[in-house]
Write a protein that binds this ligand. Structure first.
Ligand code: BGC
Length: 370
């Protein structure tokens, strides 16, 4: 049933494009890490979209899409070269984050009666897998049809997490849809929450803010946070609050309202609980930049999405074309399990046991509204 639904959805996404959905894949060097190891970049090119993905952090480096007039521009934030990515340990531009995307309270959790402490790198909590998470690792890559499969073997006790964890992340471009498929196995009980941390700006320049982009999120509830951005365990209704995106609103319309959760996040930086079951592909969000007509549709099997409006971007890093990315010049839609799930038994489980295979899929579809 799950496979059938995916098939129908994919056909729907690529049908009517009147184009060959096949993507050409090429590979090139993308500099070296400080230890001399070579980084590679893969270019996936279909008739409408060109996406580049590199082996350092399995990161999306660029996504070039047309606007309504046919002008092609890059819609993700990032750097020209590997040095830029190495210097920036704060933003996670384009990266696969893991083992545990988003936060774990106090970096503490227990599994099978044993307590674990992982690095606390964000206001006393663990963020995005610790000080040297998956975004900082060199993945191995193998070309596949329409894309590239990245693999990372994270050793037992890597950043304090139990179990040797093998992860494959496959990026494939089908027409105008960039698919990300995640598959992981572990030889011990562990916890896992993988996502992609791309920052989008559909305007295509990264210089202007994203506040006039409109967004719809297919969700009735969100998980509120405390002052350190840790989920309290509650699931609050969006109704009657600036968190309600069941109908489209621009990102900026209510971002500065006097609403406690927005004050704590410095803007939107929360997990929305998606409609539809966990493990089944469904729409999470739809974004439109009315100026250029570019759209982004996010579909996923994950139960949640972190909508983050780049509140902590502060211009301190110079990105592509020499642009300093300022506050709210990019937005993220990080499909995920809920933050701090290991400490909330009522949330969908992030536990992975030996013999199990953790699988998830997220699709970023780039379109144009005339
Ligand atoms: C988090 C933000 C954090 C950012 C780091 C997001 O996923 O929710 O709080 O600052 O990642 O770049």
């Amino acid at each position: 049933m799950k496979l059938l639904w995916t098939g129908i959805l994919m056909t729907g996404l690529t049908a009517g494009l009147g184009i060959n959905a096949h993507a050409a894949v090429t590979k090139a060097p993308f500099g070296k890490l400080p230890d001399g190891k070579a980084v590679e970049i893969y270019t996936l090119k279909s008739a409408t979209v060109e996406a580049r993905v590199m082996t350092f952090g399995a990161r999306i480096v660029s996504v070039r899409t047309p606007d309504r007039a046919g002008h092609v521009a890059d819609v993700v934030l990032g750097y020209e070269n590997i040095e830029g990515y190495l210097a920036d340990k704060k933003t996670y531009f384009g990266a696969i984050v893991g083992r545990y995307g988003n936060r774990i309270a106090g970096g503490k959790f227990s599994l099978d009666g044993k307590s674990y402490q992982v690095p606390t790198n964000d206001h006393g909590n663990s963020l995005h897998g610790g000080t040297s998470g998956f975004d900082q690792k060199l993945w191995t890559a193998k070309e596949v049809s329409n894309g590239v499969e990245m693999t990372l073997v994270s050793p037992d006790e890597d950043m304090g997490f139990p179990g040797t964890l093998t992860t494959h992340v496959t990026y494939t471009l089908v027409g105008n849809a960039l698919h990300i498929d995640y598959v992981s196995t572990s030889d011990k009980d562990t916890v896992l929450n993988l996502t992609n941390h791309s920052y989008f700006n559909l305007n295509g320049d990264g210089a202007s803010d994203i506040l006039s982009h409109s967004i719809t999120i297919d969700s009735e509830h969100f998980t509120p946070v405390d002052a350190t951005l840790i989920t309290t365990g509650n699931m609050d209704t969006v109704a009657g609050t600036p968190m309600d995106f069941r109908q489209p609103h621009t990102m900026g319309e209510r971002i500065n309202s006097d609403f406690a959760q927005l004050k704590l996040g410095g803007g939107y930086d929360h997990n929305w609980i998606l409609n539809g079951p966990n493990g089944v592909i469904k729409r999470a969000a739809f974004v439109l930049d009315a100026t250029t007509g570019r759209t982004l549709t996010v579909t996923t099997t994950e139960p949640g999405v972190q909508f983050y409006t780049g509140n902590f971007l502060d211009g301190s890093f110079k990105g592509k074309n020499g642009i300093s990315y300022g506050k709210r010049t990019g937005f993220c839609l990080e499909t995920q399990h809920y933050p701090d799930s290991p400490n909330h038994p009522g949330f969908p489980s992030t536990e992975l046991k030996p013999g199990q295979i953790a699988k998830s899929t997220t699709i970023f579809t780039f379109g144009v509204q005339k």
